[in-house]
Write a protein that binds this ligand. Structure first.
Ligand code: SAH
Length: 344
């Protein structure tokens, strides 16, 4: 059985080639899969019964299924566990933001970046997700929103488990698929990719010619502290990450965001705020402060609201555009750094 779900138009056409059907059939099938929630050929009523019967003999849709769904107490965040063909399951988060429905997709089952504050890396990397498996996360949630008459997926953040630039080709194909009119027709600007600073991936991304929003997980204002909490920093020194980020902003003319985690007594001190302001002074970039979310195995603490506010005020005074990330879904372990892969 060939599975169609996750293929782009050319892939669907190739799968249909043996049947000698007109080219527009591929587009019809894509729309059924990606816009109308079809799980089988049976429901594709604009295809003849005979054709549907023939196709289902050797082709299948193969939609990943929702194994579990958790809803936060305030109802604004939902976490989905999506079952993949080989038994691995990945987490995807829907956030109802003031500006619309935002979906956070995972790009790898697990992660091997080893960040000291993050749950996604606790069991290492299982495998890269295919472009179809990443697409499925957005489509499944879009279907659910449509059926509930709650709109559609408005923005996507590539901030779930995994390092997207370590799965470059599949992630890029996913981004292109999201933009196709037979899926969600999403603008590249509505998609944000977050990276722990994979320098060659950032440089490659700058050359793609798409106005994708980029976020860089900086988390520390100097090399030694960054190495302490992000082992990947040994391979990609801070100076190179900043240079690649500046290059991305210059080429794409997009404002870049640096994510900076606030860990009590580790990254939130006066010295760090000064160093951070010096480091970013004059860049076309903003800082998104992320007060750490608790991960039981990690033992880092969140700073007090006063310390968070002090850090924010200082950066603002130094004329750095700064926001504090709103925590969402911590009660269902759906907040930043709390996603993990599941072997079920
Ligand atoms: N690997 C990519 C994509 C994951 S994005 C990256 O590192 O950017 C997830 C974001 O949440 C990153 O900025 C990550 O550093 C941050 N994060 C990880 N653990 C966290 C925690 N415990 N609390 C708050 N944010 C966390």
């Amino acid at each position: 059985m060939t599975q169609l779900f996750g293929l782009g138009l050319s892939g669907i056409r190739a799968a249909l080639a043996p049947y000698r059907v007109p080219a527009y059939r591929a587009r019809q099938i894509a729309a059924w899969m990606y816009q109308k929630g079809a799980g089988s050929f049976d429901v594709m009523t604009d295809l003849s019964k005979a054709l549907r019967a023939v196709l289902s003999q050797s082709l299948a849709i193969g939609r990943p299924h929702v194994k579990d769904r958790l809803i936060s107490a305030d109802g604004r965040t939902q976490k989905f566990l999506l079952g993949l063909a080989d038994g691995i399951a990945v987490e995807t988060v829907l956030m109802r933001q003031p500006y619309g429905n935002s979906v956070c997709v995972s790009t790898q089952a697990g992660c091997n970046m080893g960040c000291a504050f993050c749950a996604s890396t606790l069991k290492g990397l299982s495998r890269n997700l295919t472009s179809g498996e990443i697409l499925a996360q957005a489509i499944v949630i879009n279907d659910m929103l449509r059926e509930a008459d709650e709109g559609k997926v408005d923005t996507v953040v590539i901030m779930g488990s995994g390092e997207p630039l370590m799965n470059y080709d599949n992630v890029l194909e996913f981004i292109h698929l999201m933009h196709e009119e037979y899926t969600l027709g999403m603008s590249y600007r509505s998609i944000t990719l977050s990276t722990s600073g994979i320098v060659e991936g950032m440089r490659r991304l700058a050359e793609e010619g798409i106005p994708l929003s980029l976020s860089v997980s900086l988390h520390a204002p100097n090399q030694s502290l960054r190495e302490r909490i992000m082992p990947i920093a040994r391979r990609y020194p801070l100076a190179d990450v900043i240079a690649a980020a500046k290059h991305y902003a210059a080429v794409t003319k997009r404002r870049l965001t640096y994510e900076y985690i606030l860990i009590d007594g580790v990254t939130d001190g006066e010295e760090q705020m000064r160093e951070l302001a010096d480091l970013l002074h004059g860049q076309l970039a903003s800082v998104n402060l992320i007060p750490i979310n608790p991960v039981a195995q990690r033992g880092f603490l969140r700073p007090s609201p006063e310390r968070i506010a002090r850090f924010e005020r200082y950066l603002a005074r130094r004329r750095i555009a700064v926001t504090v990330r709103r925590e969402m879904g911590a009660d269902i372990q759906a907040a930043c750094g709390q996603l993990r892969n599941k072997h079920l």
